[in-house]
Design a protein around this ligand. Structure first.
Ligand SMILES: CC(C)(COP(=O)(O)OP(=O)(O)OC[C@H]1O[C@@H](n2cnc3c(N)ncnc32)[C@H](O)[C@@H]1O)[C@@H](O)C(=O)NCCC(=O)NCCS
Ligand SMILES: Nc1ncnc2c1ncn2[C@@H]1O[C@H](COP(=O)(O)OP(=O)(O)OP(=O)(O)O)[C@@H](O)[C@H]1O
Length: 195
């Protein structure tokens, strides 16, 4: 089975590409961000452990995780981010493995959208690596606009990941998302048809 590991920098366009692959080619997509969110949703056993570690401030009035608040902490404090990753990544990995197994024999190809594919050493799960990149200024502006972050908050998130150049060096396919969406989708078509 062809297992595309779709990664890139934060806000470079991974979801835009995975949505397109799903709609245009009918590919199943497993999204690590969604799995990570499920791991800490209301009622999960991890939530009390997170509250104990970071304080009651990270829990909202309805008892669910205040994600922006926790983000403010962990993207400023690498040791705290590493603690959180150590709790969540094994769960994400187990769900990805189960998802792959569920599609074996039913699909020829599958997309795993994993922002930290390289940082979290999940490349053994995939058969090829696609990296979505864009210009640093575009990445900063897209992230600030989408998440309503200041320059410093957005830059802290970007700095929590490998530099884009380092990711591109490990890629089988690089998708340069610095132009229009049709220009991006043309590159996706080419990558899908030529690999
Ligand atoms: C800190 C949290 C609560 C902030 O939540 P928030 O809703 O603001 O962001 P969201 O989860 O939608 O992530 C948005 C993007 O941030 C980047 N990101 C998320 N976690 C990390 C991290 N640990 N290191 C670097 N970048 C990260 C990714 O590019 C991701 O696509 C959340 O990101 C989290 O729980 N992170 C740890 C789990 C993790 O590593 N997730 C990545 C997928 S495995
Ligand atoms: N070519 C483009 N032109 C204009 N806006 C774009 C383009 N590509 C993506 N965007 C926008 O940039 C933002 C980030 O894109 P997207 O959500 O696909 O990134 P991502 O890599 O999945 O982000 P994250 O790492 O946070 O999950 C979105 O608001 C999206 O609509």
């Amino acid at each position: 089975m062809r297992i595309i590991g779709l990664t890139g920098g934060i806000a470079t366009g991974k979801t835009t590409v995975s949505d397109y692959l799903a709609e245009r080619y009918g590919l199943p997509v497993l999204d690590a961000d969604q799995l990570a969110r499920s791991a800490v949703e209301l009622g999960s056993p991890l939530l009390p452990a997170i509250a104990q570690r970071f304080g009651a401030d990270v829990i909202g009035a309805d008892g669910s995780l205040d994600r922006p608040r926790l983000g403010e902490i962990v993207f400023q404090q690498p040791a705290e981010r590493q603690w959180l990753e150590a709790q969540i990544h094994p769960i994400v990995r187990a769900h990805l493995l189960a998802g792959i197994a569920a599609h074996q024999g039913r699909s020829n190809s599958i997309v795993l959208a994993i922002p930290l594919l390289l940082e979290a050493q999940m490349t053994d799960l995939v058969t090829e690596i696609w990296v979505v990149s864009c210009e640093p200024a575009q990445q900063l502006h897209r992230l600030m606009a989408r998440n309503h972050l200041t320059v410093d908050q957005a830059q802290a998130r970007i700095n929590s990941q490998w530099p884009l150049a380092q990711k591109m060096a490990r890629a089988d396919v690089v998708l340069h998302n610095k132009g229009t969406l049709p220009e991006l989708f043309q590159q996706v078509d080419h990558a899908w048809e030529s690999c």
